[in-house]
Design a protein around this ligand. Structure first.
Ligand SMILES: [Zn+2]
Length: 343
């Protein structure tokens, strides 16, 4: 299930990540109770049609590391909402709750553009930059479930204000919002360069949307191409920062802005290669477009729930040190007398 600000999108997903059936229910975002009722109702309906083993919920919000409490949701009324406990009381199935961007990243890792990569960074370019990180086959959530908020790394000290309360965050330069802000600013200059952009929206700069700029760029409008290239360049520089910290094998780029394809990806790749630490003396991460569009959150949530049945959630906390592997290592070292034992 993918719970957004306006709807609950649910599906029955098989082990290969294919959606067998789906249901979408609009939800009033101001009421946690009605969202909860919608979730329970949807599970009930789908359970009548299929043998459901487990339920995965991807929610737009900060989810704690036990995958149970939604600490805060910008588009829903959840504040420290014990979602897992509430739902488990009403749904008689194993159930997990995770952040929707984590779920989407997991779908790309399991079935999409980042399949089987050793370290995968997933970036979702929407109004901001969301994303997820998979290391050694495990979703990495950080200590408190807050990992992956790289949209708020500071790219330009003293730059544009961000809704997080800081200035100059990366997502103020490399997201859908940045594209729209720059397009509108260009349109307001009354420059001949903005003529076509303004014409598209009947002369009102405030009517320009990211989708329109992207569509215009795809149609070959040169100024829209430039605007997307600027966003792409900021994207590439930020990814070079992430590569300096994480050394990923693949960086998957999804979200609305990624619909621009190579118009975004090529400038991003150029800026990335030009900024990367150790360039010329190392392999570079592959920058690729996401495989899934709108279904990533749903597919990933379902597969995370399945994954949690195989490996208990607390072993996923430290992605690089799953319990199974630790067990094997302990057995090997104990045999050699190297594993510390308590008296
Ligand atoms: Zn910010």
């Amino acid at each position: 299930m993918d719970i957004g600000g306006t709807k609950v999108a649910a599906g029955v997903v098989n082990e290969q990540g294919a959606i067998l059936d789906r249901l979408i229910v609009p939800t009033p975002s101001h009421s946690p109770q009605s969202v909860e009722d919608a979730i329970v109702g949807v599970v009930d309906k789908l359970q009548r049609r299929y043998r459901v083993d487990t339920v995965g919920i991807g929610a737009a919000g900060w989810v704690d590391n036990e995958q149970s409490v939604v600490r805060f949701s910008p588009h829903l009324a959840w504040r420290a909402e014990p979602l897992k406990a509430r739902l488990t009381a009403r749904i008689d199935l194993p159930l997990i709750v995770d952040n929707d961007a984590n779920a989407a990243a997991w779908a790309e890792y399991r079935f999409g553009a980042g399949r089987n990569s050793s370290v995968m960074v997933c970036l979702t370019l929407g109004t901001g930059i969301g994303g997820g990180l998979v290391i050694g086959g495990q979703l990495f959530r950080g200590t408190y479930g807050m990992a992956g908020e790289w949209g708020h790394m500071i790219a330009v000290p003293g730059g544009h204000w961000c809704e997080c309360g800081n200035r100059g965050c990366w997502e103020q330069y490399a997201s859908g919002n940045a594209l729209v802000r720059e397009a509108r600013a260009l349109a307001r200059t009354n420059s001949p360069a903005a003529y076509r952009l303004l014409e598209m929206v009947g002369g009102d700069p405030d009517q320009i949307t990211g989708a329109e700029v992207t569509a215009a760029a795809i149609a070959g409008e040169p100024n829209s191409v430039e605007l997307l290239a600027d966003v792409g360049a900021w994207l590439g520089r930020g990814i070079a920062n992430l590569a300096a910290a994480l050394d990923p094998e693949v960086v998957v780029i999804g979200g609305g802005v990624s619909a621009a394809g190579d118009l975004l990806l090529v400038p991003a790749q150029q800026a990335f290669s030009r900024t990367l630490t150790g360039r010329g003396f190392r392999e570079e991460a592959r920058l690729v477009l996401a495989h899934f569009r709108n279904d990533a959150g749903l597919i990933g949530a379902a597969d995370l729930a399945r994954h949690a049945m195989v490996e208990p959630p607390d072993s996923a906390r430290f992605g690089f040190w799953p319990r199974r592997r630790k067990g094997r290592l302990k057995a090997r070292l104990s045999a050699d007398g190297l594993w510390p034992t308590r008296p």
